[in-house]
Design a protein around this ligand. Sequence first.
Ligand code: OAD
Length: 267
Amino acid sequence: MLDTAVARSATIAGELVMHTNTASDLLQEVRARLRRARRVFVLTGAGVSAESGVPTFRGGGNAAVWKGMPFSLISSAEMLERDLPAVWEWFDYRRDALKDLQPNPAHHALAKMQDNLDSFALGTQNIDDLHTRAGSRGVLELHGNIWRARCTRCQARIDLRTADEGERPPACRTCGAPMRPDVVLFGEMLPAGVFERAAAAAMRCDLCFVVGTSALVYPAMQLPEIALQAGAYIVEINPEQTPFSDRCHATLQGRAGEVLKAVTSDG
Ligand code: OAD
């Protein structure tokens, strides 16, 4: 189940935290923390959707280059200015790759976690909508949603699953201006209010999970840092070490679906 026990001692916020136990002991510790937790905040990244078949961006995922262009260029504000149809083509390609994929046990476990808690917030860097499809409510979509488009002029939005007439770029039905994918591109700010709501939840939580993210992209990664500073117990779930691993109280090394299922199981 869990690949490796992470035995570590770390000084976190001035407190010496010792984990010299097995993967199974660490899992039990995290399960006990979850049972006692009053407010939970979760940050997810591409690794959560990996078991659904969504490629990750880094570390062997294949979403990093498209038609010879690095992801950071085709998904950039600069490209939106220069070539909006190319940006649409790229996101149409990604939507097409996503359309038949289903939520996996990691998404379902997080939806179940929410069902059992009075205070729960989930911030995701993913734009695939799989958390919501698994039943998570109020998902804070830090990087937007690939199934939505928004007007470049007036903020009107459409759901591309139900209102896509195939025109590229679609013309806004309110003001006629071209629409764009409602996702955050490199060089852009996060959607107004979403980061702030996530930061407020991170500040208040007593238990924070950081799942399936390389921990490289800011400001999303500020969220677990805020939780850490505020005194929360931080659990990372990832098959690989990340730059944030050494700052977590517990690292459960393994695939998100398996680990989260174990963390949230009733037995
Ligand atoms: P990355 O592709 O950078 O990292 C994926 C992480 O998932 C890595 O740390 C993997 O080790 C881990 N991983 C892979 N398989 C896993 C599994 N089955 N279970 C758990 N973890 C697994 O993706 P993100 O950190 O999400 O931004 O990337 C952050 C942002 O960078 C993305 O939202 C995107 C990208 O640029 C924008 O598009 C604005």
